[in-house]
Design a protein around this ligand. Structure first.
Ligand SMILES: CC(C)(COP(=O)(O)OP(=O)(O)OC[C@H]1O[C@@H](n2cnc3c(N)ncnc32)[C@H](O)[C@@H]1OP(=O)(O)O)[C@@H](O)C(=O)NCCC(=O)NCCS
Length: 179
């Protein structure tokens, strides 16, 4: 069953496998790890990475100019890490144009099993918990997997800007992928 959980050291081993699997070529959307020069997922390095991710959800944490608070989730299936979902609490001008509120990725070996669709539906619920009435979710115009994920979750297409398709999801409406 697909769940969204708070990043946790208990998932470190399958997380580390997934990071290896994504490799250099496959960008880990929604991971928050692009902020780090070194992504050390070893037992020694992982605690600091996880702590830094969790801190970004706390409104009391000061952030650099142009950044917004963000709750990072890990997508799991049972006790296995299968992907990332980031829920940004607000939009900057760039996020409104292109980035959106929610970003996600699923590890390559677990794609096309419905995890992204179910995770996005769960992420929309978490957005409602944050008080957001609707969320912006975007994807590249040639990313069919992400586009279908958004559409399955009730995304209403607004427009395309700079190669990004922009959809709004009403957080109060039930989504097809919702469980
Ligand atoms: C996009 C991504 C998150 C989809 O994850 P997933 O778990 O495979 O998605 P789902 O299994 O929920 O599939 C959702 C729909 O997209 C379809 N789909 C998934 N990957 C697809 C692909 N590569 N090409 C065409 N359709 C695809 C599925 O068949 C499904 O359609 P259906 O509802 O008609 O059956 C995943 O491919 C990924 O991590 N890609 C790299 C990161 C990325 O692009 N993130 C999104 C940034 S906007």
């Amino acid at each position: 069953m697909t769940t969204l959980v708070t990043p946790d050291l208990d998932l470190r081993a399958s997380w580390a496998e997934a990071v290896e699997e994504f490799g250099e070529r496959d960008f880990m959307h929604g991971s928050g790890l692009w902020d780090f020069d070194v992504v050390d997922v070893s037992p020694e390095g992982a605690p600091a990475l996880i702590a830094a991710l969790l801190a970004q959800a706390d409104p009391a944490t000061p952030l650099p100019e142009g950044r917004v608070h963000c709750t990072y989730f890990w997508i799991t299936d049972g006790d296995e890490f299968v992907g990332y979902l980031a829920l940004r609490h607000s939009l900057t001008p760039w996020l409104l144009e292109e980035g959106g509120h929610i970003g996600y990725s699923v590890r390559p070996s677990r794609r096309r099993e419905g995890h992204a669709t179910r995770a996005l539906a769960l992420g929309v619920r978490r957005a409602a918990d944050l008080g957001l009435d609707r969320v912006l979710v975007t994807c590249d115009d040639d990313n069919d997997g992400s586009r279908l994920t958004i559409e399955r979750c009730g995304g209403v297409f607004e427009d395309a800007r700079n190669g990004k398709l922009r959809y709004w999801i009403d957080t109060g409406a039930p989504a097809a992928g919702d469980e």
